[in-house]
Design a binder for this molecule. Structure first.
Ligand code: GLU
Length: 279
C-alpha cells in the first residue's frame, strides 16, 4: 500500500517535470519575445575589473563587455541573447579556430603573430604595457626588474615583451590569469606584475587593494585592442568594424570609457581609427 503510494507520487512528479521541460524548450524555439531564441557566444575575460569581470551575482561588467554588447546589438542580438564565455589569454586563438565563440573582446592586442591565426576588427582601444608594484616598492623602471620576480600571463603580449625586450633578466612567472598575479603581488610571492596599464589600473582601484599598489607609469609598448574573429570570417569582421565606428560616432564609446575607466582614474588614449595600428 505504502509502496504503491510512493510510486504514484513519483509518477506525478515525473509527469510534471516532463511537461515543464517540453514547455521550456517550446518557448525557446519559438515563443521568446525576441522571436527566434537565437543566441551569440562572445569571449571575454572574467577576472579583469573595468574590462571583463564576472561579478559574484553572475552578471558581467567592464569596457570590453560594453563594447561587445554594443557590437552584438548591431549584429542583431539583444543583451539577453548573449552567452559570455571566458577566453583566457592563452586560449583565444584556439577558441576562435574551434568556433567556441563568434568573436572575442578580451584585451586582445592585434599583432602579426596572431593575425596568422585569427582576423581582427578594430582597433577600439590603445593601451600600454606598464608595471604594478607595492606602494612602497623601489621599482620604477624596467631595469629595476633584473633578478626580481615578475608575474605575467601565459599567451599574452606582456609576457612575450618581457622575454624579448623589457626585462629578459627578470625571473618571469607566467600564470593563467592576471587576478592570480595580483594575489601573488599582495602575498609577496612576486615583486611586480606586468601587463596593460588599463588592466593594472582596474586592479589597483579595487576596494580590497586600495592604497596597496602603484603603477610605474611606463609606456613600455603599444597595445592596440582588436576584436578577434575566426580566420577568414570577413563578413563578421566588416560588420564589427562598422559597429565600432558607429559606437565612437554616437558617443557610446566615450560613455563606456567614462563608466568603466573613470572609477580607476585610468587616463585612456583617444578612440583609435579603425584599421590604424599604432606601432
Ligand atoms: N593586451 C595584451 C594581450 O593581448 C595583454 C592583456 C591580455 O593578456 O589579455 O596579450
Amino acid at each position: 500500500m505504502k509502496l504503491r503510494k510512493v510510486t504514484a507520487a513519483t509518477a506525478v512528479v515525473l509527469a510534471l517535470a516532463t511537461a515543464a521541460t517540453a514547455c521550456g524548450s517550446g518557448s525557446k524555439s519559438g515563443g521568446s519575445s525576441s522571436g527566434d531564441g537565437k543566441t551569440i557566444k562572445i569571449g571575454i575575460k572574467f577576472d579583469q575589473p573595468g574590462l571583463g569581470l564576472k561579478k559574484p551575482d553572475g552578471s558581467f561588467s567592464g569596457f570590453d563587455v560594453d563594447v561587445a554588447t554594443y557590437v552584438a546589438k548591431q549584429l542583431g542580438y539583444k543583451p539577453d541573447q548573449i552567452e559570455w564565455v571566458e577566453t583566457k589569454s592563452a586560449d583565444r586563438e584556439n577558441a576562435l579556430a574551434r568556433g567556441d565563440v563568434k568573436f572575442i573582446a578580451a584585451t586582445y592586442s592585434i599583432n602579426d603573430k596572431r593575425k596568422k591565426k585569427v582576423d581582427f576588427a578594430g582597433p577600439y582601444l590603445l593601451a600600454h604595457q606598464d608595471l604594478l608594484v607595492k606602494a612602497n616598492a623601489d621599482i620604477s623602471k624596467a631595469t629595476d626588474l633584473n633578478g626580481r620576480k615578475l608575474c605575467s600571463v601565459t599567451g599574452s603580449t606582456s609576457a612575450q615583451n618581457v622575454h624579448d625586450t623589457i626585462a629578459p633578466k627578470a625571473q618571469l612567472r607566467e600564470y593563467s590569469g592576471y587576478s592570480e598575479c595580483i594575489a601573488g603581488l599582495q602575498s609577496g610571492a612576486v615583486d611586480a606584475v606586468t601587463t596593460d596599464d588599463s588592466i593594472l589600473a582596474g586592479f589597483a582601484a579595487q576596494d580590497k587593494y586600495k592604497g596597496q599598489f602603484k603603477l610605474a607609469g611606463l609606456k613600455l609598448s603599444n597595445e592596440n585592442y582588436g576584436i578577434g574573429v575566426k580566420k577568414g570570417d570577413t563578413a563578421t569582421m566588416d560588420k564589427i568594424n562598422a559597429a565600432l565606428q558607429k559606437m565612437v560616432a554616437d558617443g557610446s564609446w566615450k560613455a563606456a570609457v567614462e563608466k568603466n575607466f573613470g572609477p580607476a582614474n585610468y587616463k585612456n588614449e583617444p578612440a583609435p581609427k579603425i584599421g590604424q595600428i599604432v606601432k
